[in-house]
Ligand binder design. Sequence first.
Ligand code: HEM
Length: 508
Amino acid sequence: MNQLEGSSLAVVLPVALALYFLASLVYTAIYNIFFHPLAHVPGPKLAGATYLYQTYHCFVGGSRYYVKIKKLHDIYGPLVRITPDEVHLSDPDNYEKINYVGSKYGKSALYDAFGIGYSTFSTRSPEVHRIRRGALNPFFSRKMVLELENIVQIRAEKLTTLVKQAFSAGKALNLHYAFRSISVDVITDYAFGQCYDLLDRPDLGETFFDMVQGIGPTMWLFMQWPGLQKIALGMPPAIASFMSPPVGQVIQLTAHCRKQCAAVKEAMDSGRAETRPSIFQALLSPQEKDVDYVIPTVDDLKDEAYSVLAASADTTGNAMTVAAYKVVSNPEIFAKVKKELEAEFPDPNERLSFVRLETLPYLSAVIKEGLRLSFGVPGRLPRDVPEGGATFNGVFIPAGSVVSMSSWVLHQDPEYFPDPLKFDPDRWLDPKEARRIDKAFVPFGKGTRGCVGMPLAYCELYVSLGTLFRRFPTMKSNVLTPADLVYDDYFSGYHPTSATKFHVTGSI
Ligand code: HEM
């Protein structure tokens, strides 16, 4: 081959590859729009044609595809095709058709993007999930939460100390981070038997939470291009951190979880007892398990630990932040909360027990509004349609397609929540109305795949908020704008890094 032929090949080859790529993109788009089994579902043509539409909204302007999806429902109705293979639903009547106990709807391929395939959270098959979830359930049951309530009470006392220290020094306390730290300290103490003690750090865990938030975008990246995940996570940590700090952080956090799991397994193998049963010990023990239960390896356990940590931190933190901010910044609501708490707990320094706090109707309504407007997981929860397909609002969706619903859409449905963005505890006070609107209230999901940590989350919310409101009745908050309270969706919702964080000031 002479030099001329070599150089023309160097030009022709990339052009040919580009043309091939373009042609296959056009071919796929035409197929998706006109011949795909979901071609009959309404929605923007571009969203049905290519995944790049979703990618654009997940990366540009914060990760806010969930906001766009709600707007698409206003245009297209209760079913919207949001990717070539996925239909988003907005009618609350459909929620329990998908999310019921014993549901045959498995989790979609999106869950592979988390890279924690063994975890109960990411397990896609309903059959395998039933066995894994069965092993996890007893550890997070209400009974167990009541037995281990002291773990939460210790953090409520620490929070009291932190507020007192800040107020007596004339300083503001950053509750945004303090609430998240409570959540991580509780779960690491409760489930791992080894507390991270973020509340004791001078930055209240800010660096830890910045790291967790930094991991977020990689999830969308791996979802869009799954091949990247194996390459990225297989890299030596130092190289990964150099090439992509967030991927380095994923590797670092998983390595940390793995180390904890290995230490417990080693202790169990050598017959050393833990001071208190941990989730690892429970999962490694064959007692009271399904006959098909397979004892997990250390790597499997690491997936479970990582998922429980990630699932609990910002979800609980967001709910506490929204509830507390809305109460403290609204004197009328704050006055009602204080009156109810003072009547039940005349001595502000007594321990406010979870079961007594739960009986207070107004505080309970405040917590429900906090959960409603913090949205739990704001984005969609995608599920594979099982064999036989399914019909939603008269539209048939074939098996193998993905259907999804989201709290962001349901929690703002005006038929259930008039003036939806108003923080209005009163809407929960009439028991008949509360039962009606409960249908569209899904912060924890529902059914078989609903949140396993719900009893623990409620305990944290009641005890931390009840204690704070009772002991600091004159505290004031800084002012947050809607832009400070919006979420970037990385499955958990994260306030943008540039957002002003929730602080309180006051005197003691
Ligand atoms: C206010 C706090 C919380 C909210 C709003 C929340 C919300 C949710 C939601 C919506 C799901 C369903 C996710 C899906 O379908 O993919 C879920 C699942 C899950 N949550 Fe939570 N969560 C909270 C706290 C916790 C805590 C404290 C834990 C700790 C144990 C936890 C552990 C889990 C796990 C392991 C799953 C997966 C369950 C399964 O697939 O069987 N969550 N959570």
